[in-house]
Design a binder for this molecule. Structure first.
Ligand code: 5RP
Length: 264
């Protein structure tokens, strides 16, 4: 008898069918490999095109976080663009430094021409859910200091409405001593909060800013801006992963080798 199974690949689920326990492993490995290759190609397409279309030497650029941003940094390096880079996390600082690009910060470069960043889900209005990598606080600060925010993502992030693609909820950064009352408040708002736990460490994920991350799962969101404000108003919440009316353009790498653009 055929069974339906699910493989967890990072933040994504892959469906697969299998006949017996013995061929599960075989089918799973090839599915994961295939999926990973397709996604990496899509991320690279988006990252490269965003750089080609939007960057030139002399610009002050916010560098987002996540796996897609790697391709943005690769392309900047490949083209030899002389840009000033402001990171959004420890990971993004490493990418900039390792690529030999000019590293700055918001103290020295408080106004940026553009930020390019990834996203976990992008809706039809270019509102984003971010923070799958727990970097949303610095990402939002850097994006807010930029004239434009451009999103780079693979096709799995492209949605009409939140929750169609991203099932892990809204990442919310909280001060550690406040996490229980914050979770209680979120529950009273019909959200399902889960404290994000670390993988290779006992206990919770600790952000670059020494805070905890709560993932607030939801059924549907009718008014994103209102929800973002309500969550932000809870004492102890430092920042939410809802980026409302911030992005002006998104590039989605497709499976067929093209890049879909959305601009508002
Ligand atoms: O918000 C983020 C990190 O906090 C990332 O930009 C987001 O999770 C997308 O990551 P990836 O490019 O790996 O899909």
């Amino acid at each position: 008898m055929f069974k339906l199974g699910v493989v967890h690949l990072g933040l994504r689920n892959l469906n697969f069918t299998t006949k017996t326990a013995t061929n599960v492993k075989c089918y799973t490995v090839s599915s994961v490999k295939m999926d990973k290759e397709i996604l990496e190609k899509a991320k690279k397409l988006a990252g490269y095109k965003a750089v080609d279309d939007n960057l030139k030497s002399g610009l002050r650029v916010g560098i987002g976080s996540g796996s897609t941003i790697k391709y943005v940094v690769d392309r900047i390096k490949e083209l030899g663009l002389d840009v000033i880079c402001v990171p959004t996390s420890f990971q993004s600082t490493q990418l900039i430094v390792n690529a030999g690009l000019t590293l700055s910060d918001l103290s020295r470069t408080p106004e940026l021409d553009i930020t390019i960043d990834g996203a976990d889900e992008v809706d039809s209005q270019l509102n984003c859910i971010k923070g799958g990598g727990a970097c949303q606080l610095q990402e939002k600060i850097v994006a807010a200091a930029s004239k434009r925010l451009v999103i780079v993502a693979d096709f799995t992030k492209d949605s009409q409405a939140f929750g169609q693609q991203w099932k892990r909820g809204i990442p919310i950064e909280v001060v550690p001593m406040a996490y229980v009352p914050v979770m209680n408040k979120l529950s009273s708002m019909s959200l399902k909060p889960v404290l994000r736990m670390a993988v290779n460490k006992a206990g919770p994920v600790v952000s670059d800013n020494a805070n905890f991350i709560i993932d607030a799962q939801f059924e549907s969101i009718s008014n994103v801006a209102e929800l973002a404000t309500k969550i932000k108003m809870i004492p102890g919440v430092v920042e939410t992963g809802l980026f409302v009316n911030m992005a002006s353009r998104a590039y989605f790498g497709q499976q067929d080798g093209t890049v879909k653009e959305r601009t508002i």
